[in-house]
Write a protein that binds this ligand. Structure first.
Ligand code: PMV
Length: 341
């Protein structure tokens, strides 16, 4: 079973002929509070564990899609045309290959795409730019071809681009159930609950450089760590705690679970051979600062993905205190979107 089989299965009896000249897809970025780390199927991005994320309202991607005038894909990212051999374009084109052909009765037409993406999060810096990118793209494709797929089907297709993208189809708290089927048709996002209005996420950008190792390679490498053997169990316990925290609006339990889960994921990476370390000296300094502030009574926590940047978790009433300590922090109120989803 490969990606094309899944696409063919989901798009059966639907056309690969565009019905509009231009389509637009929009999706929020998402930050996992219980992380997806490790695949049971490399090809289809089927995870070892369930994960749970928080969507970041209007921090995400908007993608416009139309037919390319050239015999290749043309990709613009934040108004700048990307070289076709840039890793971002290659990854995008490989994904678009899944949707390129129109099978007529006798003809076989090939589409090349003109993609224009505005990403409000730094690309490849562990701020989930690929998640919102693929989710926005599949929404645009759905509109362009007029498929009218269900949100779960779109989530499955987004997952084929990047695993965590399957959670970016919703606002609010979103769970990705790992599923059990070999074809992954039961492995998609699921809306859990709206985000409490008092919750804040702070993006602490400590480096804008591209990460030295992709999450795909890092995940593969980590699976051999002796610590990885207990990862699925840790993730499952954390998920139960997080569900409880969400239901009871218990900030402390939510943030503490998220921080511990991120550290457990990085502990697995640190004990891989060779070790994977995304933290830079400034990442460790920021972690220590968070711990020190917490020790002094400020309820502040962090989570970290596959990159050196941190996302801080805190409550609205502590915004001023947090900004005083981290003046460069970009603060997001994740509860402000999603009324139309
Ligand atoms: O979706 P990917 O392949 O970029 O992997 C994302 C992995 C983490 O961001 C570290 C965790 C997660 O669940 O988002």
């Amino acid at each position: 079973m490969n990606k094309q089989d899944i696409v063919n299965q989901l798009i059966t009896n639907r056309s690969f002929e565009p019905i509009v000249a231009e389509a637009i897809g929009q999706a929020p970025s998402n930050i996992a509070l219980v992380k997806y780390w490790g695949k049971r199927d490399e090809q289809l991005h089927l995870p070892v564990n369930d994960s749970l994320s928080i969507s970041l309202a209007d921090q995400g991607a908007i993608t416009r899609l139309k037919l390319s005038d050239c015999q290749h894909d043309v990709v613009y990212l934040n108004h700048r045309q990307m070289a076709s051999d840039h890793p971002f374009c290659l990854r995008l084109s490989a994904y678009l290959d899944l949707f390129r052909y129109t099978e007529g009765k006798k003809t076989r037409k090939k589409h090349y795409f003109h993609i224009d993406t505005i990403s409000r999060v730094p690309v490849a810096a562990g701020l989930a730019s690929s998640a919102c990118g693929f989710a926005a793209l599949i929404k645009a494709l759905d509109q362009w071809f007029g498929w009218q797929l269900s949100i779960n089907e779109l989530s499955i297709l987004a997952r084929l681009g990047s695993g965590s993208a399957c959670r970016s189809l919703w606002h609010g708290f979103v769970r990705w159930r790992k599923g059990h089927r070999q074809d992954g048709m039961d492995s998609h996002g699921e809306y859990v609950a709206p985000i409490w209005p008092s919750l804040r996420v702070g993006m602490l950008v400590l480096s804008r450089d591209s990460k030295p190792i992709s999450s795909r390679i890092a995940m593969k490498q980590t699976v051999d760590s002796p610590f990885y053997r207990c990862w699925a169990q840790v993730a499952s316990q954390d998920l139960t705690q997080l569900r409880q925290a969400i239901d009871q609006e218990d900030f402390h339990l939510l943030a503490q679970t998220a921080e511990r889960n991120a550290l457990a994921m990085h502990a697995c990476m640190l004990t891989a051979l060779p070790a994977v370390m995304y933290a830079l000296p400034q990442t460790v300094a920021a972690m220590n600062k968070v711990w020190q502030l917490r020790h002094q009574g400020l309820p502040l926590f962090f989570t970290q993905d596959a990159g050196p940047n941190l996302k801080l978790l805190f409550l609205d009433k502590h915004c001023n205190d947090v900004v005083q300590e981290f003046p460069e922090l970009m603060i997001i109120n994740p509860s402000t979107a999603g009324k139309d989803e």
